[in-house]
Design a protein around this ligand. Structure first.
Ligand code: KPL
Length: 310
């Protein structure tokens, strides 16, 4: 399978490195010129518990530079604010029966991609892999966990199973599944509980468990998310959402959430696709979400204070 990854930050870089190390034909597209140049000249280095893995996937800053590519699978890993632009740019490289996979955080990414390619050609899901972008050409592989992928419409098919098999063979255990919306909402609720709070407090994920006040804040934010999910007729993939979120925070204790990493790097966060999206869904369905509305406003104020343009 010819694979192109758009967005070679922490997660995109991790997937690219693992796939390239497994011998897959993989290229990356990223707007950060220094990162791309380093990958091109020195390779992409993945720091793992077992040492460093160096690979050299093809790397470009513009999708057009892969014009003759006809990819079988495009994996979108850009920040959610860039999804629509990434999908449009993927039009020039996706082969005639190729598909686009999103494993991004938040709501709405798969639907934005479907607007460009049609829902039949979209795969979506979640990943519990953890990674940090250390610097140009260098990614650290943090926590490991399963990746779940499915079709946006309909049950899994051979393409979906093959994509999951290729990822698994590359050391990214992946499972093909039917209930994509349940997967996406299941991850959304986790991000709603962890990301904004860790970014505001500059806490690692695990520190949310250390204080009664932060456990209570997680509980309040997550309770709203559970109500919105229920009003949307989405069945979450776990029974006790608050317990699940605190367990994920414990399992990824030393991680800095992606939102905290964004704030620390002076980059726009995904607040609009996470807590902000939940608030919008709440308004649409008549479910009040005052805690998430407050978290959204606080993160937006923090972005402004840091001079970050949304
Ligand atoms: O997905 C994550 C993120 O940081 O975006 C979690 C699960 C919170 C891990 O850090």
């Amino acid at each position: 399978m010819k694979i192109v990854i758009i967005g070679a930050g922490a997660m995109g870089g991790l997937f690219a490195a693992r796939l390239a190390a497994a011998g897959e034909d993989v290229s990356v597209v990223d707007v950060w010129a220094e990162h791309v140049e380093t990958i091109r000249t020195q390779g992409l280095i993945l720091e793992t518990g077992e040492g460093e893995v160096r690979t050299k996937p093809a790397a470009v800053t513009r999708v057009e530079d892969l014009a003759a590519c006809a990819a079988d699978l495009v994996i979108v890993f850009v920040k959610s604010g860039m999804t629509a632009a990434a999908a449009r740019s993927a039009q020039t490289i996706l082969g005639p029966v190729g598909r686009v996979l999103t494993l991004q955080n938040g709501l709405g990414n798969a639907e934005m991609i479907a607007e460009v390619f049609g829902a039949d050609r979209v795969l979506a899901g979640t990943t519990a892999q953890g990674a940090t972008l250390i610097g140009p050409g260098r990614i650290r592989h943090g926590g490991r966990g399963d990746t779940h992928i499915g079709r946006l419409t309909g049950p899994v098919d051979d393409f979906c199973r093959e994509a999951a098999m290729i990822l698994s063979r590359a050391g990214i255990p992946a499972i093909a599944e039917d209930a994509v919306q349940s997967l996406i909402w299941g991850k959304l609720v986790i991000n709603v509980g962890i990301n904004a709070l860790t970014a505001l407090l500059r806490f690692t994920n695990g520190q949310l468990n250390d204080h009664a006040e932060t456990r209570e804040l997680v509980k309040l934010a997550v309770a709203e998310a559970v109500q919105v999910a229920a009003a949307s007729d989405v069945r979450l993939p776990y029974d006790n959402a608050v317990e699940k979120v605190l367990a994920v925070a414990a399992a990824t204790a030393t991680n800095r959430s992606s939102m905290l990493q964004d704030i620390l790097r002076g980059r726009a966060t995904e607040i609009d696709a996470i807590n902000g999206a939940l608030v919008r869904e709440g308004v649409r369905l008549g479910v009040p979400t005052p805690v998430n509305a407050t978290l959204t406003l606080l993160i937006k104020a923090l972005e402004k204070q840091q001079g970050i343009c949304g």
